[in-house]
Design a protein around this ligand. Structure first.
Ligand SMILES: Nc1nc2c(ncn2[C@@H]2O[C@H](COP(=O)(O)OP(=O)(O)O)[C@@H](O)[C@H]2O)c(=O)[nH]1
Ligand SMILES: [Mg+2]
Length: 318
């Protein structure tokens, strides 16, 4: 079995040696351990440092493309290199690389397709109460959307089996973590959780300038991923909402028509309810129709993903 540890890096010259130095050289049940550096437009000596440590696998981005694209390109490269298991870790030595054997164990034993390290964020001292709250809320929302019970949704210390990596398609520009979690759940991958505390913080997270930015971007990703896989749920709910709302003025109108006898003398009254009701019922009809179309698009997407998996398999081998 071949393990590839991939490290997306944006200017990590200072901390990369610590990361590289703490990746185990031998792991039971693993024949070879190789490291892949994703240079996401580094302007410092990250690549030289990595070469100095004997790293030979690199993915280069001439310009910074962000963590999600770095993850996507790293995953593809790791598969091309013949990885049976792929581990993702940060270049800032946030995670305990020496725990990689524990992280990959569920995959080695054939018990899981994906493993996510639980940082036990509620106990991290340098996380502010606000950050902890947002972390908890974000994880709760994601679990609701994905139908999972993951304790730490944004953990960046993860392991994937070859099969899982083949089946993941990263589309969103932000938050690969939420997107891959929703996909893993949709594709019925088994997700294992291993509690692994983080190292002492060496620098601030550079991914998001503020927690709010993180919440905003993650919410967009969750909604998009959810719509991608369960569009009918959204449109059905919208359609039902408009239907109920539209029926109220309609029923009111007809009730008036039946009970108010002035109608016969002065002509129909409460035309306004009729108009509002009609508009809402049209909105409901459009939502249901969009639901059907979106569902057909979803089915197409599933077929395309199947084809994509076959293409990947024949190009990169089982
Ligand atoms: N912030 C940031 N990190 C990137 C980018 N591309 C790759 N990375 C790497 O992604 C990892 C996670 O970034 P980090 O700032 O530690 O964010 P964290 O996920 O909050 O720990 C690090 O190894 C970065 O070097 C990017 O565009 N922005
Ligand atoms: Mg980090």
């Amino acid at each position: 079995m071949k393990l590839i540890v991939m490290i997306p890096c944006l200017n990590e010259e200072a901390t990369l040696p610590l990361v590289l130095g703490s990746i185990p050289k031998h792991i039971e049940g693993i024949d070879s351990i190789e490291i892949l550096i994703i240079d996401d437009g580094c302007t410092d000596a990250t690549v030289d440092v990595a070469k100095h440590y004997g790293i030979t696998h690199f993915v280069y981005h001439l310009q910074n493309q962000g963590l999600s694209r770095s993850f996507r390109d790293g995953l593809t490269r790791a598969l091309e290199l013949g990885a049976d298991i792929i581990v993702l870790t940060d270049g800032d030595n946030q995670y305990k690389q020496e725990r990689i054997p524990d992280l990959i164990r569920p995959i080695v034993e054939g018990l899981a397709d994906t493993v996510i390290a639980d940082r036990e964020t509620q106990t991290i001292e340098h996380f502010s109460p606000m950050k902890k709250l947002l972390q908890r809320f974000g994880t709760w929302v994601l679990n609701k959307a994905a139908g999972t019970t993951i304790p730490d949704a944004t953990s960046g210390f993860r392991a994937y089996s070859r099969k899982a990596a083949m089946q993941l398609n990263i589309i969103a520009e932000y938050s690969f973590a939420t997107e891959t979690t929703i996909q893993a759940s949709q594709k019925h991958h088994t997700i294992a959780i291993v509690p692994i505390k983080t190292n002492e913080k060496l620098r601030e997270s550079r991914q998001f300038k503020s927690s709010w930015e993180h919440v905003r971007k993650s919410s967009v990703t969750i909604i998009r991923a959810f719509i991608m896989y369960k569009p009918y749920a959204l449109f059905l709910a919208l359609g039902l909402f408009f239907l109920v709302l539209g029926l109220i003025p309609f029923i009111y109108f007809f009730w008036i028509a039946i009970t108010d006898h002035r109608w016969l003398i002065f002509g129909p009254r409460h035309i306004r309810s009729l108009v509002i009701g009609s508009v809402l019922l049209i909105a409901s009809f459009i939502s249901f129709t969009l639901g059907v179309i979106a569902d057909l698009v979803r089915i197409n997407r599933l077929l395309i993903e199947d084809v994509l998996e076959h293409v990947k398999r024949s190009r990169m081998g089982d």
